[in-house]
Design a protein. Structure first.
Length: 686
């Protein structure tokens, strides 16, 4: 390999900044490794180069930072690292200079991994392998962007409605999105997508991972790809899959998307994966972190340091108890907030970020750092409060300032509307803000309520399938959750039976209305408002194709449901009580009035015995603190009649909205609620 000999171009800066930093003189490169014996910077002309044009040694400085300043280099330069050190897997060290390594702080990454040859060469004595063409390169990037007067919409949590979506899946089939923008960041910033979100009442767009990822070798063998993106290798680099170029254009187009969404008053939240990386387990590829300092980047099994501790189901767990690794995550978050103008983060498998080298969870250190940070603490911070390990389920356990995905809300709403016995009491608790998990001090706004997310059945499939159908994933239907709290209404999958189709639509409407009218922060899953189906696949992480993108060519049933979803969230926005900041607790707000009254069909207040009646499927609720509202829920397959409590009977009522396709009826003596229906009422004022 050619080696740089013009040492006049090489300097040692006094203050290292990790990554590739453009200076007036050139580019400074800095990377962390405590156990390497030497690290070389490799420069390339293009992604197709079979050999580096220069190999430049870095110098080790304080705090185990290796660096070099190369005069004359400019933005756009392609580079990678080679690291030498002990090859001692029993001690956790996997150095081999045959591996080209990405910069953990790279702002952009270009080129695709090719799995034709093993992407790791960690066994001493192996012959030289031509790995360069199979390895992507880091890109030096530093270009100004015209943000103008861009500002975060800063939507209060009480007004927030989240829409979870995939950049590509959202826009690929939208005919009003210009063809060159479909599947890209720019597509999300077009007028047609923004109008759709605004009409839904969405305030906050939560994007599935857009940090640079690679597909697993096993998916490549099956002709599939990691579509969702939960396989990160570049925590600072936007994924070029969603841009028109890969040597920095992805940064520009991501910023253009954010700017357009902000101008429309829509926030951008990123789903981020700081719990593991794409290097997988000990048999996985060496792409960056493992080759630079495996023992410090990953949690290793204390009884067998050749193995990674795996609390993520993806082979490894990042070692966030290490000061440098924790600092990398904080630097990455600040970069996305300050330079890319995002408004918040959703942390995938957040419990794994709390694991110590012995596997235990002892404190919330990384999140304490985030909450103490003057920039990050002001953002929307959401966690998935669990991982795959023992004692990893932490719903309600994260500190104030952190919001949490509430899977108990999801399961309960599905079970209740499918008519499962014994769900009524929990259903009332979920409607009220889940203070059983979050307590009166955090509920309801700590709860991110959802009925569906990317992970699992779509809403249409929740009412159409009782079993997962994941055969297309190539894992013999062994992947994905087995317990989905779903129901097919009599036929598994597609049917022409009108009664079954009507029942499915009715339950869908009831679930969507419940989501809109519950206390807490609602999250809609991409396409659920239009009846998107994945044909029973509840783990479509590797399905990048037309059958899994949002279909914008709607039939009459889908258009009707879309209009209903718009109306149900419009009702939410119009009623202050539905986005209040304190949970209903049934306590008195005056000598004679409670903040909420739960009542039976006969108008009598619910008793302890009523709450424990497993066969009860109807519930009345009246709220008094704020605007007076009446909510009537009937999850049974039969129509129900409600009498009103005496102190409500003096009012005349009008329906704000009913989830039934039958017009709601109220008389002086009773309210008639169709099967599997929830309705919301307000008093008529003179």
């Amino acid at each position: 390999m050619p080696v740089m000999t013009d040492t006049s171009r090489i300097e040692s800066p006094c203050k290292p900044q990790l990554g590739a930093s453009v200076t007036p003189a050139g580019v400074n490169f800095a990377v962390f490794s405590a156990h390497a014996t030497n690290i070389d910077l490799c420069l390339f002309h293009s992604t197709d180069d079979r050999t580096e044009i220069s190999r430049i040694p870095l110098q080790k400085g304080g705090e185990n930072i290796w660096q070099v300043l190369v005069n004359g280099l400019r933005p756009g330069q392609l580079y990678a690292y080679r690291a030498n050190g002990p090859y001692a897997p029993a001690d956790g060290h996997c150095f081999n200079s045959e591996n080209l390594l990405l910069d953990p702080y790279a702002r952009a990454i270009t080129g695709e991994f090719c799995w034709r040859e093993p992407p790791q060469a960690r066994i001493e004595g192996v012959g030289e392998r031509d790995l360069i063409p199979a390895s992507p390169k880091s890109v030096v990037y530093s270009e100004p962007f015209g943000w103008g007067n861009d500002r975060s919409p800063c939507v209060p949590w009480s007004d927030t409605v989240i829409y979870e979506c995939h950049v590509k899946g959202m826009t690929m089939k939208h005919l009003e999105v210009p063809p060159e923008y479909r599947g890209r960041y720019l597509g999300l910033g077009t007028a047609s997508i923004i109008e759709h979100l605004k009409l839904l009442g969405v305030t906050t767009l939560e994007l599935l991972p857009i940090q640079h990822r690679v597909s697993e070798p096993a998916l490549n063998v099956r002709g599939l790809t990691n579509y969702w993106g939960y396989n990160t290798i570049g925590f600072f680099a936007p994924d070029p899959r969603f841009a028109s170029g890969s040597t920095g254009q992805q940064i520009v187009e991501f910023k253009q998307m954010v700017k357009a969404l902000h101008a429309a008053g829509i926030e951008v939240v990123l789903d981020v994966v700081y719990n593991h990386t794409a290097e997988s387990d000990a048999d996985g590829p060496t792409l960056s972190f493992r080759g630079l300092d495996n023992a410090n980047y990953y949690l290793l099994d204390p009884d067998d340091r050749t193995r990674c501790l795996n609390f993520t189901g993806c082979g490894n767990t990042l070692k966030l108890t290490h000061p440098h690794v924790r600092q990398m995550v904080l630097d990455s978050l600040r970069y996305w907030a300050s330079e890319m103008h995002v408004d918040g983060f959703r942390f995938d498998l957040a419990s794994a970020m709390l694991r110590h080298p012995d596997g235990a969870i002892k404190e919330y250190a990384i999140f304490a750092d985030i909450l103490d940070d003057p920039v990050l603490s002001k953002l929307k911070l959401i966690v998935e409060p669990w991982d795959t390990g023992s004692f990893g389920y932490r719903l309600g356990g994260f500190p104030p300032g952190i919001r949490e995905w509430n899977d108990c809300y999801r399961d309960c709403v599905r079970r209740f509307w499918h008519g499962e016995n014994g769900t009524l009491a929990e259903f009332a608790t979920r409607l009220s803000g889940s203070d059983d998990f979050f307590g009166p001090g955090r509920a309801p706004l700590a709860s991110i309520n959802f009925v569906c997310s990317h992970d699992g059945f779509t809403l249409a499939d929740v009412v159409s399938y009782e079993h997962k159908h994941n055969g297309a994933n190539g894992e013999r239907n062994a992947d994905g959750a087995n317990k989905n709290h779903s129901q097919n209404m009599g036929v598994e999958g597609p049917t022409t039976d009108l009664q079954i189709l009507n029942d499915r639509e009715r339950v869908k409407r009831a679930m969507m209305a419940t989501l809109a009218w519950s206390l807490g922060v609602p999250m809609i899953c991409m396409g659920d408002e239009m009846g998107r189906t994945q044909l029973g696949n509840n783990n479509a992480y590797c399905q990048d194709g037309p059958g899994f993108w949002v279909n914008w060519s709607l039939d009459e049933t889908q258009r009707t449901f879309l209009e209903f979803t718009r109306r149900v969230f419009a009702v939410r926005h119009s009623q202050e009580t539905l986005h209040r900041e304190t949970a209903y607790v049934g306590q008195s707000i005056s000598d004679t009035t409670k903040d909420v009254l739960w009542f039976r069909n006969d108008g009598a207040e619910m008793t302890i015995d009523d709450w424990h009646d497993a066969n009860r499927h109807t519930l009345g609720m009246a709220t008094f603190d704020g605007s007076l509202l009446l909510m009537l829920a009937n999850a049974s397959p039969n129509a129900a009649s409600f009498q009103l409590p005496a102190d409500l009977a003096e009012y005349r009522w009008k329906a704000l909205l009913s989830s039934s396709d039958i017009a709601p009826i109220a008389s002086d003596s009773a309210f008639h609620v169709p099967p599997r229906t929830i309705s919301l009422w307000t008093p008529i004022t003179a």
